[in-house]
Design a protein around this ligand. Structure first.
Ligand SMILES: *Cc1c(COP(=O)(O)O)cnc(C)c1O
Length: 419
């Protein structure tokens, strides 16, 4: 089998950053991944929220083919037609004014952090009293580069690389009084995800989001919302913050932005954009002609195929199905999320890993984040019949687990036993 040879070679040659699932995918088709043996897997993860239009979408294939024949890269020293055309689509939908393109989520987030510091510097130069501190949230995830890990809560992502970027304090998630206690003129920006992704699909409360908006507005500090996982339609709106009626000063996009071609973006207001001048920030690859052409195709397909409405409909159906499943199985302790960004929280990390493995045996791809959150980030083109198929499989897995461990819908045995 190819898998065994590849695995052996990787274990010699690659840094061991991932414990991969024992599968080697060779092709994709619609919502399915196809492995080396020709087996089809229903994909409810879409490459961690990236393959928003599934696989072999004709608009994506066409955009890649056409643009690759014309021009793939120019550097940012020259004009091409893609950046402004894409930026126009983004600002029209997200409610902000200006865009900078990067190659990944973490790079977009770095740009957001740098913009925040530069903006505070500008305000100080104008005589305002504002510091350089960031407030980030517990359970947050913003990426793997230094600024991003510095604002990411999980210690195992941060501590091996210390000292990280100084000036970051963490606020308890959705705790308004902790936010008020830690907020001051020292703060240049409050950093949130509208719905925490890696942290377990946890939406901000309206109350917390409102408080963050009001506090930042009171001093000139910025509200920076990371939409890298929740943004570009996944929740049924273009951005997660639009569910709350809140407009941030800065937002970041990446994962589904160019459907698998690396692309990130940071969007900001005209006020924030004042802080940046030529030479202060840049990128060799970011916003290249190929990535921009594909991203335009993604946005146009989401619109022409009515996918935002589709996401709301199938997402609601999926969430209700998970709620019904949770009623039948006490091992599921919570169901969270919006649109096609959903999680079923299970009782133990052991059970989470077990369910992922059992789903793979049944040829369904999901993952488990934050130890206990079974996470669903399917392609936007998912249909109700796919949801039904996944729910039947989950029902079977929980029923078998309960029978094997004699928990019978009561949850005390989870976590102590082997799968
Ligand atoms: C994935 C993710 C990132 C980092 O994106 P990369 O492209 O992996 O660098 C940042 N923030 C959030 C919310 C994410 O989900």
């Amino acid at each position: 089998m190819k898998l065994d040879a590849v695995r052996a070679a990787e274990s010699r040659l690659l840094l061991s950053t991932y414990e991969r699932n024992p599968l080697l995918f060779e092709r994709g088709e619609s919502v399915y991944l196809i492995d080396e043996k020709g087996d089809r897997y229903l994909d409810l993860l879409s490459g961690i929220g990236v393959n928003a239009l599934g696989y072999r979408h004709p608009a994506i294939e066409e955009a890649i083919a056409t643009q690759s024949r014309a021009l793939i890269h120019t550097s940012n020293l020259f004009f091409h037609e893609g950046q402004a055309a894409l930026a126009q689509r983004l600002v029209d939908r997200m409610g902000l004014d200006r865009v900078f393109f990067a190659n990944s989520g973490t790079e977009a987030w770095e740009a957001a952090l740098k913009l925040s510091r530069a903006h505070a510097g500008l305000l100080r130069a104008e005589g305002r009293n504002i510091g350089t501190k960031f407030l980030a949230l517990e359970q947050s995830f913003h990426g793997r580069t230094f600024g991003s890990v510095s604002t990411t809560a999980k210690a195992k992502y941060r501590e091996p690389f210390g000292p990280v970027v100084p000036g970051v304090e963490f606020v308890r998630f959705n705790d308004v009084s902790d936010l008020r206690a830690k907020f001051s003129n020292e703060v240049c920006a409050v950093l949130v995800e509208s719905i925490q992704g890696e942290g377990g699909i946890r939406p901000l409360t309206q109350e917390f989001f409102n408080a963050a908006r009001e506090l930042t507005q009171s001093t000139g500090a910025l509200l920076v919302v990371d939409e890298i996982q929740a943004g570009l339609g996944r929740t049924g709106k273009w951005c997660g913050y639009q569910h709350y009626g809140i407009l941030p000063d800065i937002t970041t996009l990446a994962k589904p932005l160019a459907a698998g071609i690396p692309l990130g973006a940071v969007l900001c207001t005209e006020e924030v954009a004042r802080a940046i001048h030529p030479g202060m920030h840049g990128t060799t690859f970011g916003g290249g002609p190929l990535a921009c052409a594909v991203s335009i195709a993604v946005i146009d397909a989401i619109e022409s195929e009515g996918l935002l409405e589709h996401i709301v409909e199938v997402g609601n159906y999926f969430r209700e199905s998970l709620h019904a499943l949770a009623k039948r199985h006490d091992l599921i302790v919570d169901v969270r999320g919006k649109g096609l960004m959903l999680a079923a929280e299970v009782e133990s990390a052991h059970l989470g890993a077990y369910v992922v493995k059992e789903m793979l045996k049944r040829h369904i791809v999901i993952n488990c984040t934050s130890e206990t959150a079974l996470r669903f980030l399917p392609p936007y083109i998912l249909e109700k019949e796919h949801v039904d198929h996944a729910i039947v499989a989950l029902d079977e897995i929980f029923t078998e687990y309960e029978a094997a461990h004699a928990v019978g819908g009561v949850s005390q045995a989870g976590g102590q036993v082997h799968g």
